[in-house]
Design a protein around this ligand. Structure first.
Ligand SMILES: Cc1cc2nc3c(=O)[nH]c(=O)nc-3n(C[C@H](O)[C@H](O)[C@H](O)COP(=O)(O)O)c2cc1C
Length: 221
């Protein structure tokens, strides 16, 4: 099947009655058309972050943080650090998703595993040692933070879309510069910047997606 056929099938699927989550996955877009006169209200921002926090994470460590920026001057500085991506300002809200590179939640989370009776204290201690070992070197710590926080970022995109908002994930920005600007600690890796806000209207057609026959490798690569 060609990429175009695969894309056509996606479009056809939009007409079917689908579970809401599947519909959201299929119709989500990285939008660039925001209503510059409107901004995300606090209640919605918190609801979206609550949805982000429901993402799966290794051992449930939840190694993520979110910095939401709505201040006009700070958004202007972020646009500059994002090589002039004006849609960040037009969105009205930018969320910097950060990943932990140190296992700072491990004590609390493994206590919760034990308290819930999902592990005895000894198993919780042993498993905690394994989890903490995932952060043994800098590269592993960064990978760990990025993998987990990326899933939370995807939840933000889907939650925003399901709520009728537009959201665009971005890595096209000066990571160190934005981290500095927002006073993010050095042990937090910037994973994604998300421009999020009320939609300003239609987006261009989705570009073709690679075909399942091309990307699905059965049994071995
Ligand atoms: C890791 C990552 C980085 C991205 N960086 C940017 C970016 O800096 N600026 C931007 O406008 N879009 C960015 N995007 C959005 C992609 O361009 C978009 O997801 C892709 O074109 C597919 O379009 P769709 O999400 O609407 O299906 C990024 C997406 C991802 C996943």
């Amino acid at each position: 099947m060609s990429s175009q056929q695969a894309t056509d099938e996606l479009e056809v699927a939009h007409d079917e009655e689908l579970p809401a989550a599947i519909e959201a996955i299929r119709s989500r877009r990285s939008g660039h058309n925001f209503d510059a006169d409107e901004q995300l209200d606090d209640e919605t921002l918190e609801a979206v972050i609550r949805d982000a926090a429901l993402a799966p994470s290794s051992y449930n460590l939840q190694p993520w943080e979110f910095v939401a920026v709505q201040d006009d001057e700070t958004l202007d500085e972020i646009v500059e650090l994002a090589y002039g991506q004006e849609h960040i300002k037009e969105a009205g809200t930018a969320i910097l998703v950060l990943g932990h590179t140190e296992p700072e939640t491990a004590d609390e989370v493994f206590q919760q595993w034990a308290d819930a009776g999902r592990m005895d204290e000894e198993a919780a201690d042993e498993t905690k040692a394994t989890a903490v070992g995932m952060y043994d070197d800098e590269r592993m710590g960064r990978d760990y933070g990025i993998r987990n926080a990326s899933l939370a970022a995807e939840n933000i995109l889907l939650s925003a879309h399901a709520r009728g908002l537009t959201a665009t994930p971005m890595i096209g920005f000066d990571h160190a510069g934005v981290s500095d600007l927002l006073d993010a600690p050095e042990d937090k890796v910037p994973v994604m910047l998300i421009a999020i806000g009320p939609s300003g209207g239609d987006e261009p057609e989705r570009l073709p997606r690679r075909d399942v026959d091309e990307i699905l490798h059965r049994e071995s690569y």
